[in-house]
Design a protein around this ligand. Structure first.
Ligand code: AMP
Ligand code: MG
Length: 388
């Protein structure tokens, strides 16, 4: 069994891939931006009004102005403003030349082509050209693209973007007791929740993922399915059959197929039997069969692996919050990740009674970490919360 940090180091040594592709913006959400993107234009591209109102010269303190034109958004002002003149201007419209501030409509009274200022205007209500970004500035650096990033790229005029090709992932569920949802259950059988859950966990990372099937706990069919998975997928995620039970054939099958086991057994709870292996450029995670363990280990190991593979320097977001209840445990030989709910500004472990209690996870907002050696986290203590 290795320490958690050692497992992270091993994952951190995975060689990133460099295959890129260009995708239209509407397909870019969740994809990994391949390189720095620079703005081809100033943003905004022209100085504009932030309000509906009247544009005047900034050095003009008159209380009454003659309206010389109307500038709608998208329109081009024709006249340069002189003292005593204003242009009626709409939000987002280009400022006429000579204009430096906008008097809000609400502060002005209009009569017979003239405007009288009724109250003091506090700001200039102008968004200067290039005040968000200058042409050539970095718009975004490599990262997983969020909805906001898509907006940011569109604002700079990009219709498509270069992203890193995500690894193809194959999922195999091992266990003679595992049935697919929708089928009737026989005695001793349970539904396969891991495959659907893993597919859902992979979806936001935009990896092309496939469920390759359930395989019984027998070496021959297991080896056949792993071999075919390795030939078609860059990452294979197996669940179950990875511990030391009589029917846990995953480690042995992988060795027989010529894979190199990079780690098997980590001082982490849940997920102690987790296995990580490679064969050539292809990787395999053997995740524990217990659904909570499979879920947590995906978060803890598979997510960083996928980011690493795509060359992204990624750290999970964490924030500090206070614990709403004391946490106590007996064994202290492993780092533990506890699913927590968030309520009234505090977090508390969800009431789950072991790694098979998947339903409790439904209330989990994030994970907190209890370090090896620690047996208690006091109520009210500050903890790092990693949102899910
Ligand atoms: P294993 O890691 O194979 O020893 O499995 C540990 C526990 O997880 C057993 O109770 C299994 O029945 C259960 N389990 C294994 N695979 C799945 C799965 N795909 N979906 C739900 N539970 C599973
Ligand atoms: Mg099993």
């Amino acid at each position: 069994m290795i320490e958690l940090e050692e497992a992270f180091e091993i994952i951190g040594r995975v060689e990133p891939r460099s295959s890129h592709e260009t995708v239209p913006l509407e397909k870019a959400l969740g994809r990994a931006l391949a390189r720095e993107v620079h703005s081809p234009i100033d943003s905004p591209p022209f100085s504009k009004s932030a309000m509906d109102g009247f544009a005047v010269r900034s050095d003009d303190d008159s209380m009454s102005f003659q309206i010389i034109e109307v500038v709608p958004a998208g329109g081009t002002p024709r006249h340069e403003l002189r003292e005593g003149e204003c242009a009626r201007i709409m939000t987002g419209a280009m400022l006429p030349s000579g204009a430096g501030r906008v008097i809000r409509k609400e502060l002005a009274e209009e009569m017979n082509g003239n405007v009288t200022v009724m109250g003091p205007e506090t700001g200039d209500n102008v968004i200067p050209q290039g005040s968000n970004l200058r042409a050539g500035d970095i718009v975004l650096a490599p990262k997983m693209l969020t909805a906001q990033d898509i907006g940011i790229l569109a604002a700079s005029g990009f219709a498509s973007v270069e992203v890193i090709t995500a690894p193809s992932v194959g999922i195999i569920s091992t266990g003679s007791e595992i049935r697919s949802p929708g089928e009737p259950l026989g005695p001793g059988e349970i539904y396969n929740s891991n495959a659907a859950q893993l597919l859902a966990q992979l979806a936001p990372l935009r990896c092309p993922s496939r469920f390759l099937g359930v395989v019984v706990d027998q070496p021959a069919p297991l080896s056949r399915l792993i071999e075919s998975a390795l030939s078609s997928c860059e990452l294979v995620l197996l669940t179950g059959g990875v511990s030391a039970g009589d029917f846990d054939f995953v480690p042995r099958c992988l060795l027989e197929l010529g894979a190199q086991v990079l780690f098997h057994g980590v001082a982490v709870k849940p997920g102690k039997p987790t296995l990580f292996a490679r064969r050539g450029e292809r990787y395999v995670f053997g995740l524990p069969g217990n659904p909570v363990s499979s879920f947590v280990i995906f978060e803890i190991f598979v997510k960083p692996f996928l980011h690493r593979w795509m060359g992204l320097d990624w750290k999970p977001h964490v924030f500090r919050a206070r614990l709403g209840a004391e946490v106590h445990r007996r064994g202290t030989d492993r780092t533990e990740f506890l699913p927590v709910s968030a309520r009234d500004g505090r977090v508390a472990p969800v009431a789950y009674h072991g790694s098979a209690h998947l339903n409790a996870l439904g209330d989990a907002y994030g994970l907190i970490r209890m370090e090896k050696g620690a047996d208690t986290l006091e109520e009210g203590a500050e903890v790092d919360v990693r949102p899910l």
